[in-house]
Design a protein around this ligand. Sequence first.
Ligand code: TYD
Ligand code: MG
Length: 471
Amino acid sequence: MSRRAPAFVCQNCGAVFGRWQGKCDSCGAWNTIAEEAGSAPMSGGPGPGKPYRKGRFLVLHPLAGAADDGPRTPSGLAELDRVTGGGFVRGSVLLVGGDPGIGKSTLLIQAAAAVARAGHRAVYISGEEAVAQVRLRAERLGLAQAAVELAAETAVEDIIATLSEGATPRLVVVDSIQTMWTDGIESAPGTVSQVRGSAQLLIRYAKRSGAAVILVGHVTKDGQIAGPRVVEHMVDAVLSFEGEGGHLFRILRAVKNRFGPTDEIGVFEMTGGGLREVANPSALFLSERDLGAPGTAVFAGIEGTRPLLVEMQALVAPTILGTPRRAVVGWDHNRLAMVLAVLEAHCGVRLSGHDVYLNVAGGLRIQEPAADLAAAAALVSSLANAALPSDAVYFGEISLSGMVRPVAQAAARLKEAQKLGFARAFVPDTARGEAGDAGMTLIAVGPLVDMVTEIAPKGAVRPGTPGAGEE
Ligand code: TYD
Ligand code: MG
């Protein structure tokens, strides 16, 4: 009678049900519930018939006290350190998520090699590739001589037993958590219970030993870290490795970080010799600029503490559909809708008969409202078929009343633009005083309509005229 009834576990959120059902009541996902044997131990209870054990006394510590020696291990990759907040923290667990093939294994073998080169013990456990395959990759990357210790293994108990031998490693990479399994749980590898159970053991190992552990997690089509979703709250930091299929840029972004900022990004380029750090991403994002083409504007943005210039491209074309299309890549759909509404309502730009496409070049994803002004400039430029000045940058938030509002860190944005050879900046009214002697011509935009008239003084867009924008 000791056999537990099977549990039905949602593979998306980890909710447990007594019977199978098509839709998870907890997260609303369909067809994610699978039968898992013996997944009950995760609840932490003593099980039927077993009494709770008497607890032992814990030592309670004061908040103040000496920190351990050098709690961070630099990864040797400045862009990675920027995102983690200065290196791997001892005893911490980091989850790196991303699409298959994006370069997670490449990034982490490079990091492991750098840690090993700095004279620390680094261990790389691959659950997906054989030792020979990992070696082959290291050879391609020119890292074959690095003293990284390798194993191809998926049994967590064996891995922890191996790691506990000898000196504590500074860095342990487990690639990937979906392939790991533990004896303590009966369900198949890759299920939520196994992923959670294995992660729990590895996290306990990290806390106990002081090694920094990195778990690799694959991301599903809809952008969730599959299975490891349930791991996200258990780990100290979650990094997401992103990139567009056709581009070589890869962006590392912190989604959660207990030891550092979450708004920094690290920029890499995938080359034949592995991932190369990009110290000056603005130059890279602007390298393929189409000078003199209508519909492009350069946005002077900020990612974390770093200014980042990127090109916004718009295409506005008469629609043949009843409901015109609005498509946006790399920016917020709702913000595009808002900018379009403001252009219609306050600037007399009619877009209801046009399809609108907006793209952030280079595969970058922008979250700042400061991009409003650049988006508006690109849109009007495309509609009017009038190219914007190629030496100008744009930034500013647009309010619903049609005014351009100030944004933070204007001086840093202008400095970066000047460094890259831009001579003019369209900025919010207040930015003029803040910028000081930026050495650039600043064009303060109060009401958005002023800029619209300047881009299209005559021609397709006639502010205030009904039907402006059409033939
Ligand atoms: P990989 O690190 O295996 O991705 P993940 O672990 O996220 O699944 O990266 C695989 C891709 O990277 C593959 O498509 C080839 C490419 N790549 C390079 O372009 N250059 C290189 O030096 C390496 C090692 C990989
Ligand atoms: Mg891999």
